[in-house]
Write a protein that binds this ligand. Sequence first.
Ligand SMILES: Cc1cc2nc3c(=O)[nH]c(=O)nc-3n(C[C@H](O)[C@H](O)[C@H](O)COP(=O)(O)OP(=O)(O)OC[C@H]3O[C@@H](n4cnc5c(N)ncnc54)[C@H](O)[C@@H]3O)c2cc1C
Length: 422
Amino acid sequence: MTTQAESGRGDSRHIAIVGAGVIGMATACCLQEDGHRVTVVDWQAPGMGCSWGNSGGLGVTSIPPLSSPGVLRKVPGWLFDPNGPLALKWSHLPRLAPWLLRFARAGRMEEVERITDAMNALLSPSYEVWRPLFSAAGLDNLVHHTGVIHLYTDRAAFEGDALQWKLRKDRGIPYETIDREALLRMEPDIGPAYNFAVYEEVWRHVGDPFLIVDGLARHFAAQGGEIRRAAVTGFDSADGKVTALRTESGTIAADDFVVAAGAWSHRLSKMLGSPAPQESQRGYHVGLPNPGVEVRHIMMDTVGKHAITPMVMGLRLGGTSEFAGLDSPPNWRRARAIVENAKRIFPGLNTEGYSQWAGDRPLLPDSMPVIGPSPHRRNVYYAFGHSHIGLASGAVTGRAVSDLIAGRNPALDLHPFRIDRF
Ligand SMILES: Cc1cc2nc3c(=O)[nH]c(=O)nc-3n(C[C@H](O)[C@H](O)[C@H](O)COP(=O)(O)OP(=O)(O)OC[C@H]3O[C@@H](n4cnc5c(N)ncnc54)[C@H](O)[C@@H]3O)c2cc1C
């Protein structure tokens, strides 16, 4: 890898990125590789937003949208189950209603097929694009290739998810169904409630998603990249271009700008003439330092809709969805619900010394991120809205943005991800 000073490739520019999460830092590293001077601006240290506490899955097959023809029928059951996978702050409902209508529209079958194709294009090269970045940043030892196990109570529950699996199969993604006996050979501590599973070999997971972002940030800084601690409050513009970021401690001028501010991005894009219907899909995790059970794979619980990931710190149980608005305080009952679900999977689970965390997934109604140029400012690019696949798609996103800024044709067709699609 070349340093910014060494690289003479192309037209070297100064690029300012808002957001030092996995998307901002992956983008920063890609731009730096192209020989640009890059400044990343965040009000907190790199990786302290949603990227801190995710489940660590490089979930390259998470391609169907969250909305589907059957999903709305399941919502009341989920909402009225206190340990269910979905929660809503009822006072947020009036603000959420227009978003929900769009979400329902994204669940029409022709939309589901179109979105699944676009997400497959985004996610299928995930690891191929991450690999050189992980290696350059010395992070290979955090990446594990064990595949993922999706846990079902029985075959009937698996058959109830038929559409999800058909969408993958139609796109050539292989999976293997496994009975309880085979499941126990792979994961001996699973309790009697789970009798069927699906194994996907292609997934990888990381031992700590924060250490990935932190490692990228350290690598970026070691190559001469600048990380500034400040809240971006607005933009200075002239002649259809942004000239500087406004922060509470002065302005930051640059040639080009990237908005990669996760769940807060729509507030910034709106200032630039591009409102985006983004909601916080808050998730929670529980960390168990001494789980008392052996877990060999990342696993997805299809009942509680959360992941179980063996990590550096112990076992992480992470997931669920809460729609309460970005500024609402966490509801820690949601984290306890994850523990209750996990005890059904692992009756021998030891929860002593558990830690809890909440993070705001940036979610657009069609479950697809926004990646591409601003229609209103010639030198602004967007990279946000990565919902439950930000870690998986970080490098592909960063590469696409760096291709755009370099004037190269991105390998990924960005049309489905444009900001003005709503
Ligand atoms: C429980 C849970 C489990 C998950 N599991 C997975 C998984 O297994 N695999 C996967 O791929 N994804 C997973 N995700 C999703 C993933 O974590 C997100 O998609 C990803 O972290 C989004 O990254 P980001 O960089 O866009 O946002 P963030 O990490 O939130 O970074 C955005 C940054 O922008 C900064 N910022 C915002 N506004 C401003 C401003 N005005 N000025 C300065 N700074 C600003 C914030 O401080 C923040 O640091 C999970 C999420 C949750 C909640």
